[in-house]
Design a protein around this ligand. Sequence first.
Ligand code: DHB
Ligand code: FE
Length: 265
Amino acid sequence: NANPRLAQVMPSLTRHLHDFCRENEITVDEYMAGVNMINEAGRMSDEKRNEGQLLTDILGMESLVDEITYKLADEAGDAPTATSILGPFWRKDAPRRKMGDTIVSGIENGDNTLMHGRILDYNTGQPIPNAELDIWHTAPNGLYEQQDPNQIDFNLRGRFTTGPDGEYHFYCLRPTSYPIPSDGPAGRLLTLLDRHPMRPAHIHFIISAEGYKPVVTQVFDRRDKHIENDSVFAVKDSLVVDFLPKEGDPKAQFDLHYDFKLASY
Ligand code: DHB
Ligand code: FE
């Protein structure tokens, strides 16, 4: 076969799908309900909405493949900062901002936070200059800017580049927990399963630098009441962080320190 990976995974996928149908004696009506759900997810998806991803995420699939991918990297001896799922709300080409800037615009009721730390070489512990930190998180109303007509384009997003010391710092918000969009098939399925749609408060990152393997990850607020039951199963212990009270900075009430570590190629 021209594509050995496809030749490996397709018979396995077919076998598992058939076993699933046999084991549960899936009827034609049940099969059609599933097909309709997939079609509906497709119809409501565009560059602002990824319902297919939401559907697989509430079934734990993205967090599972993240874990598998991370385990492979770990076995190769270079799984530095733990990874977490990308989720459906990343946008490419977030604005480049200057170190020390804020990513927050037009939000009065947020818990402003100074986030800072270094981006380091996992093997040597040395700072990585020219590393890029791409960040995105929700507003206090629980919405990413592309879901919210009241936020300016690319609000609460930005890309920062480290200098020679590998250091970064900027202002963002201490995020809030919020429900994944529940007005589509993923939300209906959660309701049918008696499950809640909440994600614990988190901030997303992609950390990258030339010569290093990029890390897609999130950090999670330890004090969030949903920290133990994320609706998409993405929390890892090493990504749980503490927002500390900050004194004497008119621009921030909280301080968040986190160092990111990258493995070289
Ligand atoms: C999902 C991930 C997120 O980070 C988020 O904010 C909402 C949903 C998800 O995995 O479906
Ligand atoms: Fe998110």
